[in-house]
Design a protein around this ligand. Structure first.
Ligand code: 5AD
Ligand code: SF4
Length: 465
């Protein structure tokens, strides 16, 4: 290996919290002297897994098979598996038994130990399994993140979850709720702003319970209001909110502070009070509607998105109709829709009254059709407007189209007219343009609505905050 810098590659599955963990692990790799290799034969290959639904598992086991073949070709390659799946005993056993080519396994509470575990593997030539249950509160200041986006910094403000929704593995995989120190978050945000990030995403499984572990300290509305008043970012995003804990005060603060995104992601999961009860969600459809309609009234230019589960055990046609009815009343601008998947160890996994597959798939199609109509209508309602977009780069599908998002989280694909200048300079030609304009803000004229995006054209770039 002499004379060559060893390389790593990370593959991340699942949520933005996993992405944030991967950014920290990339930082640790770089500190150890490795450099990133997006190809198929890095020296260290790390899989950061997700356990939220069964299909996430299928993907890990499929990929481990592919990597087994790669390792046969490159026997010195080290394979690491971490993330939420390692906390599911059935999965861990399967990794141990059937995938002997995996060198290191550690859990979501162990990511700070990556250098030590890797060193142990290399120096002692033994397989390493380190999946702990200790609810470690990593402080981001101690972990040097390599941020994969130039325009958005991911900042966890809390870890874990105490809610035990009966379908969900997260409380088992990520442990109990713990909030980061307010002052350290603020210091970190100041640093990120100085580095030039326009957008920050405050992350937690349930950001609305930030600070609940210390009632005399700031809560989430305090935190987001403070960050907004400091004028550090042109856009402050946050995910995920829980209807049980979202306060009226938070909506007031959003309404009064335009740098907070004009978008609220508020999962409702089911529109039926019976199902909500069996899911242990802690709110009723009436309370959910009250919050959603209050948000619509106070933040009229804001969008609302949600998560919905279809086919939870015991879901009747009447329960499902209640879900469709809630969707009609709220008219969500976007939704993530999921088919219920039984997760080992959760309470709902032992519920006996599962819904037949064909009934679930019929309900799922009806739900999608309704949501797609609402998503399209929502995008159509802003056509003709000129809106501020934070540019994310080149579109994945077309070399002459660029992509970005509005504060309301609408995905905008836009073209740039010939002769456009960026500051005092003409734009670089061809593929270089994407990198040159990533993280910049621009006014885009919205021309054509699609279900999941809007087509537009750049009017001009915005300078300064
Ligand atoms: N089956 C289906 N969907 C699930 N989600 C979480 N657990 C499950 C499960 N067992 C969905 C919820 C949650 C989103 C992140 O994933 O809708 O809000
Ligand atoms: Fe899972 Fe419920 Fe916690 Fe969200 S609030 S992470 S759905 S247990």
């Amino acid at each position: 290996m002499l004379g060559r810098v060893p390389t790593y590659r990370i593959r991340t599955y699942g949520c933005q919290l996993n992405e944030s963990d991967s950014e920290k692990m990339a930082g640790l790799f770089e500190r150890m002297g490795l450099s990133e290799d997006p190809g198929d034969s890095p020296d260290v290959l790390l899989m950061n897994t997700c356990a939220i639904r069964e299909n996430a598992e299928d993907r890990l086991f499929g990929n481990l098979g592919v990597w087994k073949a790669l390792k046969a070709e490159h026997p010195n390659m080290l394979i690491i598996v971490c993330g939420c799946m390692t906390k599911i005993p059935e999965d861990l056993n399967r990794i141990k038994k059937s995938f002997s080519h995996v060198d290191v396994v550690f859990g979501p509470q162990d990511i700070h130990r990556l250098p030590e575990l890797l060193y142990e593997r290399v120096s002692r030539e033994v397989k390493i399994m380190q999946v702990s249950d200790r609810d470690y509160l990593p402080d981001d200041d101690d972990l040097p993140a390599v941020r994969c986006r130039k325009f958005r910094a991911l900042v966890p403000i809390m870890y874990g979850c105490n809610n035990f929704c009966t379908y969900c593995v997260v409380p088992y995989t990520r442990g109990r709720e713990r909030s980061r120190e307010f002052d350290r978050i603020i210091d970190q945000l100041r640093e990120l702003s100085e580095k030039g990030f326009e957008e920050v995403m405050l992350l937690g499984q349930n950001v609305n319970s930030y600070g609940k572990d210390a009632p005399d300290k700031p809560d989430f509305p305090d935190l987001i209001e403070t960050v907004s008043k400091m004028n550090l970012f042109s856009r402050i995003r946050f995910m995920t909110s829980h209807p049980k804990d979202l306060s009226d005060r938070l909506i007031d603060i959003i309404a009064q502070n335009p740098s907070i995104e004009r978008h609220l992601h508020l999962p409702f999961q089911s529109g039926s009070n019976d199902v909500l009860k069996r899911m242990n969600r802690g709110y009723t459809r009436e309370r959910y509607l009250e919050i959603a309609l209050r948000y619509r009234a106070l933040v009229p230019d804001g969008t609302l998105s949600t998560d919905i589960i279809v086919g939870f055990p015991g879901e009747t046609e009447k329960d499902f109709q209640d879900t469709l009815d809630l969707m009609e009343q709220v008219q969500f601008d976007a939704a993530f829709t999921f088919i219920y998947s039984a997760r080992p160890g959760t309470a709902a996994a032992s519920f006996s009254d599962s819904v037949p597959e064909e009934v679930v798939s019929d309900r799922f199609s009806r739900l999608l059709a309704l949501q797609n109509a609402h998503s399209l209508a929502s995008n159509q309602s802003v056509i003709g407007n000129s809106e501020e977009v934070l540019i994310e780069g080149l579109s994945h599908t077309n070399e002459s189209v660029f992509t970005g998002r509005t504060s309301s989280n609408r995905l905008i694909n836009f073209t740039i007219p010939d002769g456009t200048v960026l500051g005092a300079d003409p734009l670089p030609l061809g593929g270089g343009t994407g990198a040159a304009i990533e993280g910049k803000r621009a006014i885009i004229r919205l021309l054509k609505a699609k279900t999941f995006s809007i087509e537009g054209q750049l009017e001009y770039f915005i300078d300064g905050r």
